[in-house]
Design a protein around this ligand. Structure first.
Ligand SMILES: [Zn+2]
Length: 499
């Protein structure tokens, strides 16, 4: 069946269909050594320099589980309110991959280390409890590099090389239960969940959670069913979703696409799809394997994992302040509303706002700049807020200049733009561009008088009691000073001159 080119507009799709989403997040753990051998996990080493008989899958080699990786996984499970298995086993997942020398991956199947938890996620001031199905531990595969082609993809390549440095890197997979009843919030919730999970993992210090380097990877499941239907629709699994923004876009696109498929009287195909960052769309990959295709069986070369209850309690006691608690603490310190806090959190701006406040800005000002002007720039550039070329200290300084009356909001936006354009520090930009507010009376009075002289009609109105007309004169003063006049002072002067 060929793909439909049409999409149903988002709001229309949601008026007739209800989405169910699910997220599978792969997290590269930050342990010093690999999952089943002592090879280092350092990023960016010479290809095939961090390998040994175990991670190369040579005959006769035997794996030994990494205790730190198990501890990290338990930490994650506890922070996600999961039950920790008292006894569980690794399983062999059998399939062929050129960059997986054993022809099987050691994973966990029906006996995951952590099960049945939840994570609360705030969206638009509303809390959604996302159920966690399981948190399990597995090893990563190697990496194929396709050489000689223009795109780096296998199509058009002359030959491929394999780097086994990644083979055996510990990975944790966090799988949610299906999330239903979200309605139009689904895409934003998906993004907010991954953001919250990322912040949680960062707080737990178990991973560097860099989506752009692949240490946090997300597969997004989406299905659609007619509103009021008793059964859920067929789900697709979208891979390659490598940024928070993409998580939201991928869900949104699948909703619009699946609605078109259902509207055309066709069936949604259960399949793996690929998300394309450049077009914001998904295209079909392979049809989805069933668990039975992998011929799972308990890994005979490893002993079962049986975490001691006392050890688990020690780990629980050592958990740091988790993001939800931190959010609540910061909210009470900052005095911001639920809506403000969830907006900050969903934009991934909590740390940025916190650092900006620490650098001296008022919390409400820090929120305003990051979620207003700067969020707009990030959106336009298609990047995360944290990737903008501006530091919290610079935002705090701009905010300080506004507070001191040296800049107004409009000029502050110009300064921020100049910082993003690489023009340097706020004070230097104000100086170089002559952006400071003109509140010096002698300079302002001249402009005010000129504007009054040029607008006898408006002046007559004001003198007749229509004080609202002052706005028109003020507008001219601002225009004449290219936005640099201190508006409050200019208004006072206009009224004084006309009194
Ligand atoms: Zn090794």
């Amino acid at each position: 069946m060929s793909e439909l080119a049409e999409l149903v507009p988002y709001d229309e799709a949601l008026s007739r269909y209800e989405p169910v989403i699910g997220l599978e997040t792969h997290v590269e753990l930050g342990t010093a050594t690999k999952m089943f051998c002592g090879c280092p996990t350092t990023f960016g080493l010479e290809p095939n320099s961090a390998v040994c008989p175990v991670c190369l899958g040579l005959p006769g080699s035997l794996p030994v589980a990494n205790r730190a990786a198990i501890e990290y996984t338990i930490r994650i499970g506890l922070a996600l309110n999961c039950s920790i298995a008292t006894w569980c086993r690794f399983a062999r997942k059998n399939y062929f991959y050129p960059d997986m020398p054993k022809d099987f991956q050691i994973s966990q199947y029906d006996e995951p280390l952590c099960t049945d938890g939840w994570l609360d996620v705030a969206v638009d001031g509303q809390i959604f409890r996302v159920g966690i199905e399981r948190v399990h531990l597995e090893e990563d595969t190697g990496k194929s590099l396709h050489m000689g082609g223009a795109t780096g993809r296998i199509h058009g390549a002359d030959y491929s090389l394999v780097d086994y440095n990644r083979a055996g890197i510990p990975l944790v997979e966090v799988v949610t239960k299906p999330v239903a009843g979200t309605g139009s919030h689904a895409p934003v919730l998906a993004r907010a969940y991954v953001t919250e999970l990322r912040d949680l993992l960062r707080a737990l210090q178990v991973s560097d959670v860099r989506m752009e380097e692949g240490s946090l990877r997300c597969d997004v499941n989406t299905s659609l069913a007619p509103r009021g239907a008793s059964e859920w629709g067929t789900r697709t699994e979208t891979k390659n979703v490598n940024s928070l923004r993409s998580v939201e876009r991928a869900v949104r696109f699948e909703i619009e696409r699946q609605a078109a498929v259902l509207d055309a009287g066709q069936k949604v195909v259960q399949e793996t799809r690929h998300f394309h960052e450049d077009h914001g769309n998904t295209t079909p990959g392979r049809s989805k394997e069933e668990a039975q295709d992998y011929r799972y069986f308990p890994e005979p070369d490893l002993v079962p994992v049986a975490p001691d209850a006392q050890w688990v309690e020690q780990i629980r006691a050592s958990l740091p302040e988790l993001p939800a608690a931190r959010l609540a603490r910061l909210q009470s310190q900052w005095g911001l509303s639920d809506l403000d806090m969830s907006a900050i959190s969903n934009a991934g701006a909590l740390m940025l706002v916190e650092s900006t406040v620490a650098a001296g800005a008022a919390p409400s000002d820090a929120r305003k700049w990051w979620l207003g002007e700067l969020a707009r720039h990030a959106n336009e550039a298609g990047i995360e807020l944290s990737e903008l070329a501006v530091t919290p200290a610079q935002v705090a300084r701009v905010s300080e200049l506004v507070k001191a009356g040296a800049l107004n909001d409009k000029l502050a936006r110009v300064v921020l733009e100049a910082i993003l354009a690489g023009e340097g520090e706020p004070d230097a930009i104000v100086e170089a561009r002559g952006l400071a507010v003109v509140s010096d009376d002698s300079a302002l009075v001249q402009t005010v008088d000129a504007v009054i002289a040029a607008n006898p009609d408006v002046v007559a109105k004001i003198r007749a009691g229509k004080t609202a007309a002052v706005g028109a004169l003020l507008g001219d003063v601002m225009k004449a000073t290219r936005g640099r006049a201190d508006a409050t002072r200019a208004r006072e002067l206009i009224l004084q001159r006309l009194a």
